[in-house]
Design a binder for this molecule. Sequence first.
Ligand SMILES: [Ca+2]
Length: 264
Amino acid sequence: MRQQKIVAFLLCAIILAIVAVTFVLLSKTPANNVLLSYTYKVVKIYPHDQNAFTQGLAIEKGFLYEGTGLWGSSSLRRVDLETGKILQMRSLPYEFFGEGITIFGNKIIQLTWQNQIGFVYDKQTFELLQNFSYPTEGWGITYDGKHLIMSDGTANLYFIDPETFHRVGQVEVRDGNMSVQRLNELEFVKGDVYANVWGEEKIAIINPKTGQVKGWIDLTGICPQAKQNPNSVLNGIAYDEETDRLFVTGKLWPQLFEIKIRQK
Ligand SMILES: [Ca+2]
């Protein structure tokens, strides 16, 4: 009888220990998260205008669309992917510092940095169709098929109705419990938002529903020819849904890269 009690006591102790260890492990693991690390393989290198201060990048039917920044040299461009040749360009007035761009149907949307004004253009002619305003800075923008998704240099992503330009939601982007600041150029890729983080050679892969970072793409050293200029940083992601190709470039980079990502 005494032996049975000891065995029962030991069993209870073991079960309690297992429960306690499981609880500790779970409490240290961010919600539903296995953070994935990716590296890259360059598939092809294309020429890129090394005077383009790239702030927004998109691709459709083999044409690159690029928004550039700086006062006095901000522009919207249609670029031939293979040659890097500028096929069409619209310059912004001097007082506007261009930021992210995205394609929405037969329109192109372009943000400005501190002007709090976005521009809507006809995709073919680059004719200015309308302006809209927003209450923060403008950094990156992409389109998920339903909403425009915008960054403003903080850890927030804002969801915007593409017809009314009203904000209809926002999420804070977090890596585990840490908020991820300085979100910059964006791209919607197969249900996720890819985001450049300003000043870093890595891209966050974000679940736009929760804001949780699912993984990081480490692009360290991808452009050895980048100018020795602190402003010449990775910024520009374009995904071609039709051909499942991913492109990246940077501000003032002489090259644009088609990459495949793979888990480390
Ligand atoms: Ca983009």
